[in-house]
Ligand binder design. Sequence first.
Ligand code: GLN
Ligand code: ZN
Length: 773
Amino acid sequence: MTTTPFPAATILGYPRIGPRRELKRAVEAYWSGAIPAEELEATAASLRIDGYARLAELGLGAQDWSIPASFSYYDQVLDTLAAAGAVPDRFTGLGPDLDLDGYFTLARGDAEHQPLEMTKWFDTNYHYLVPEIGPETAFSAQPARLLEQVRQAKEAGFAARPALIGPVTFLALSKPAAGSPADFHPLDRLEDLLPVYRELLRALSAEGAAWVQLDESALAADHPQRDDAALAALAQDAYQRLSQGSGEDVPGIFVATAYGRLEAALPALLGTGIGALSLDLVKGARQLERLRGLDLGGTRIAAGVVDGHNVWRTDLDRALETLSGLRDTLGADVTVATSTSLLHVPYTLDVEDDLPAEVVPWLAFAEEKVREVTALSGALRAGRASQAQAFDAAASALQARHDSPLRRREDVRRRTEALGEQDYRRTPAGQRRAAQRERLGLPALPTTTIGSYPQTKEVRRARADYAAGTLDRAGYEARMQEEIRSVIALQTELGLDVLVHGEPERNDMVQYFAEHLDGFAVTRFGWVQSYGSRCTRPPILFGDVARPEPITVPWARYAQSLTDKPVKGMLTGPVTILAWSFVRDDQPLETSATHIALALRDEVADLETAGIGIVQVDEPALRELLPLRRADQPAYLDWSVRAFRVATAGAADATQIHTHLCYSEFGEVIGAIDGLDADVTSIEAARSRMEILEDISASGFTRGIGPGVYDIHSPRVPSAEEIAELLGAALAHVPAEALWVNPDCGLKTRGYAEVTEALANLRQATERVRATL
Ligand code: GLN
Ligand code: ZN
């Protein structure tokens, strides 16, 4: 057993982009050739050391392994891939020991290589790179980078705990390399990977690391291919083997789990010899009950009571009660921890000078959360009185939040309560179809786009100038109208059937709505990493949501005034707005969704009054919020579908409601798509060459559907032949009356030259296919 005790307080990870996004800037400068590798490495090293120093200042121990070394140039899954030498075979000439350029090639691709695929990290808005593991993928321990970080920290006076993705989660999140046998899953390679982890652990121990963190959050989620008990059994076996010799030639092993609750893995991990295990007691609060009577087998529990995935100030008194209750039940000391890495929240509230003053004390970002962790740890050991200041401040902020009129709008509550079945229901789809056909008079295979057009430098500048106050409202509006005029002219020239205004006024499809709705606050510097060097600034939902005035109506009305063709109104749906915001923790998500939906319902009504006959409500994040445990999914799908219906069901029969979903893997949500009761649904389909339509038509879907025929993720322009072929493939599954023609997604990241050519080809292909009907 390990000899160095596990720390009394810790966090699972810390933001790494830099308080002023220094890492983002340095990495991008390196990519563009503006700075050499040494400069990037020096920036990264000083960010790491400054980060440790700050954490020590905030109360974590500099010498007790409570500070995680959770830095990454791009992504922690990629770092683990690099440490395990698991470079996919298709990256010929690279690895197993990746240098910085090789590392970035895996992340970003180059002329010869497509990058690794990127996908969502559990139920967060962080995206990781998906390792590709086949039956023959070579593994080898490549500890150099990890060792360098331990050494650097040591030299600066910090015992920083190395953190890696654990072997079970690493393989559970990997996908089979191309050409793997159909029944192969990367988890089949666990046996081969464990010796590599053993070697990494030994190397870290030799460098002086007393503890190592292995993230195993896959154990808190249902896996698509393995049942929970099977995954737990794999983990049990793996950790029995990895922890042999802990404290001798390998460090103590801290298994960190987050984002949900362990089921079978909870008893399975205890008794394997791991030194510590963290549990997410925010999302997985029911684990508390299960700990009663379990034999810890010498493993110390790290209780994740401070929410790492949201921005609310912790109720310290309640958390302390939980912690001391847990200590009593277990008859053992516990560590105070965050529920997840703090990667998901901004650095600090200190720099925010523009948040509503009343709301600020309700919040805690990363730095404030570290202080909460250390205050709780102090109080758990020396009593509340020893931390009276922190506890009293938290209690009075919480009381103020509880009592605040900012949080409640009685009109919104009354309206929510008064919702009845009729508010969720439109007349049957068939009846609506007739009314819409008469009103819109569209040709077969109507052509349209998903909403945004390229966001040029000029458009961005105008928005920035307006925000900074150097462009006045009239000037800004004139500039946006000019953009709308040119986008409408382009679509008219291209001969598209359903036009859009192009969304030039939107910085982001969620932030834009948050800025225009009561109940949301937006930060100035609250950046969090989304992937690689990409950061977003999620809005904060703190109160009941209301719409002080129409949001999109003036732009839509203006666009419609320029053409006789129908202009499609463009809204972001309630689930997506929630998914990309920090949400309230003082009421069910479902209630917040309904509030947003009611505001959108009014927006739909105002669009109708303004003469808009088609309204699209985007829900690209519908699948994103899907709970990690299958048992929790039906309830989620039920409320998320109902929220969409609240937003849209007030529309007249003759108003056509569209929705857009940004992906092509539907799995568990396929039934829900029909439940949305939208008249037309557009989805991504070009990359999968329409395969998805098979499942959709098999599910009995009979509504309008627009499978994307143009992959907008790449600058490549599809030819008319290619698009016509895709439409032919689509017609094998979908009747012509139901088929729409559109790109995969919005065009905002593309350039005008390629977009114009691609849409001209889209139009031409459609003409050709129409002639064959
Ligand atoms: N209407 C949005 C756009 O075109 C949809 C974006 C999305 O689905 N992510 O940009
Ligand atoms: Zn999309």
